[in-house]
Write a protein that binds this ligand. Structure first.
Ligand code: BGC
Length: 274
């Protein structure tokens, strides 16, 4: 087996260990040390971007990722910042600039859910979910866009939304409200930022095998029900979402804005054919 074939089997994002697709670009990924965010960080780094890994807890997980990226000559570093706190968000952008000098790609990935209904959601549940999933995305977009406008040359804002920006999930009401808000924020902000060459796009994953879905994955009956509802018959692996972000961050996606790219295994169109 030659070296090239070996790297292709171990590297899910690029044919070479370190690609140049995103060379020279600087990206921030919020919620970047676990789940989909971790895969996005790895993907962007393997495609040659310098990546700032925002995280809220588990610094050791962030260090692991930094080490792994460093091992093949990639660049990344972690910043502890809570996206629901505006001071933290501004510090995140400022730190990226002081370390790497610019910001080209802002990936708003951090997200939480309570899996509570309209009847049992407490004001505290509501605030927590909306603060991270909508307010955090709104102001991260604002702060990133101001930096991109100041430096010139445009930029990419990529929001990890959900199929639930448009498709109800009973018993996860605050989450659906937040994602519905992100859907409209993206479309509106994209129009406002287009004159500056900044694109704003959502990625809408379906069910992905990450910690947010532990309760489903640990319940065989629920998991079977979920898989049966997905035309492709299975949950996504986080890499399958990260690759969409890698594409959207690249020049190949220069004409995509004000919309959502769903990567959901067909679940939103699923029908029993009755
Ligand atoms: C939610 C998961 C849900 C999935 C598919 C995601 O956005 O976070 O809880 O399983 O959508 O419905």
């Amino acid at each position: 087996m030659n070296g090239r074939v070996r790297t292709m089997t171990t590297n899910p994002y690029a044919q070479e260990t370190l690609s140049t697709l995103l060379a020279g670009k600087v990206a921030i990924v919020t919620g970047g040390n676990s789940g989909i965010g971790k895969s996005i960080v790895e993907c962007l780094a393997q495609l040659g971007a310098k990546v700032v890994i925002d995280y809220r807890s588990h610094p050791e997980a962030t260090e692991e990722i930094e080490k792994e990226i460093g091992s093949y000559g990639g660049c990344s570093f972690g910043v502890q910042a809570d996206v629901s706190k505006l001071d933290d968000l501004q510090r995140l952008v400022d730190t990226a600039i002081s370390r790497y000098g610019r910001l080209d790609v802002m990936v708003n990935n951090a997200g939480i859910e309570t899996r509570t209904s309209i009847l049992d959601t407490t004001p505290d549940d509501y605030d927590k979910v909306l603060d991270v999933n909508l307010r955090g995305v709104f102001f991260a977009t604002q702060f990133a866009a101001k930096q991109m406008i100041a430096q010139g040359g445009g930029g990419r804002i990529i929001n990890i939304s959900s199929v639930h920006e448009d498709w109800p999930m009973p018993n996860n009401t605050p989450y659906c409200c937040a994602k519905g808000g992100v859907r409209m924020m993206t479309r509106t902000a994209a129009l406002e930022l287009a004159p500056h060459g900044i694109t704003v796009v959502n990625v809408g994953p379906g069910a992905v095998a990450t910690p947010i879905n532990d309760s489903t994955m640990n319940n065989p009956e629920l998991l079977a029900k979920l898989n049966a509802a997905i035309p492709l018959g299975r949950m996504a692996q986080p890499e399958e979402i990260a690759r969409v972000v890698g594409f959207l961050a690249s020049d190949a996606a220069s004409y995509i804005t004000a919309t959502t790219i769903f990567a959901d295994g067909g679940i939103m169109q699923s029908s029993p054919g009755l």
